[in-house]
Design a protein around this ligand. Sequence first.
Ligand SMILES: Nc1ncnc2c1ncn2[C@@H]1O[C@H](COP(=O)(O)OP(=O)(O)OP(=O)(O)O)[C@@H](O)[C@H]1O
Ligand SMILES: [Mg+2]
Length: 229
Amino acid sequence: MIEVTNVSKNFGSLSALSDVTLSVEPGERVAFVGTNGSGKTTLLRALLGLIRTSGRISIAGIDVARAPQHALKHVAYIPQIAPPADAPVREVVRAIAALRGIEPRRIAERALAFGLSLELCAATRFVHLSGGMKQKLLAAAALAADTPILIGDEPTANLDTAARGVFFEQIQRSRADRIVILCSHRPDELAQIADRIIEFREGRIAHDTLHATNRAESSALPKPLRTAC
Ligand SMILES: Nc1ncnc2c1ncn2[C@@H]1O[C@H](COP(=O)(O)OP(=O)(O)OP(=O)(O)O)[C@@H](O)[C@H]1O
Ligand SMILES: [Mg+2]
C-alpha cells in the first residue's frame, strides 16, 4: 500500500534522509521513533508530497510526486505544527469537510469526544485556539475522514491526558485494514498502539521491529472536560 524506495533528501549539505526503503501494508500500526532531527518528519512530509526527494514513493500504486491529488486521497494527516490559518474555526472546519467530502458535523462529533465544542469556538480564529485545541480539531478532522491511511506527526504532543486516551481508543477502534503511522517520543503511547516500531538515526532506518501491543483499558482513562473558547 505504501512503498518508499531509495528515498534521500538533502537540505544544503545536511543529509536529512539517506536511501530509505520501506513498505507498509494495510492494517499495520507503525510508530516512527528516533531522536530529534533524525528524519521522521522529513519522511512523513515526503510521503505527503510536501517536499521533493530522490527515489520513489507510491501510495496504493500511485506515484506521490507525479499524481499527488490521486495518491493523497487515501491519506489523512495530523501535522506536528498546525498551519497558521487565520480564518474562523467554522470556516476551517467547512473547508476541511468539503475537501474530504464529509459533513462538518462528523468533525464536530469527533472534536466533542476530545472535549472541544466546535459550536462554542465557531467564531474564534483558528490561530487563536490553544495548541492543544488546534491539535484536537486537526485530529478530529483526520479521524472523521476515515481514510485508509492516517498519518500523525506527534499528534498527541499537546493533548491533555483525557483527550490522549480518547485519541488512542479511536485509533484502536478504527477499521482493521487502516494503516496508521505515528511519530512519538512517548513509550507509553507506542506500547498502546504500535505493532511495528521503526527507529530513525541520522536519516536512516536503524531498526525496524515488530512489537506486541499492550492496549490500555479504556475504562481506566479520565473523561475529557469541555474546553472553554
Ligand atoms: N526545511 C528544512 N530546511 C533545512 N533543514 C531542514 C528542513 N526540514 C528539516 N530539516 C533538517 O532535517 C533534519 C531532520 O529533521 P526532521 O524534522 O525530519 O526531524 P524529526 O526526526 O522529525 O525530529 P523531531 O523529533 O524533533 O520532530 C534536521 O536536522 C532538521 O534541521
Ligand atoms: Mg518531527
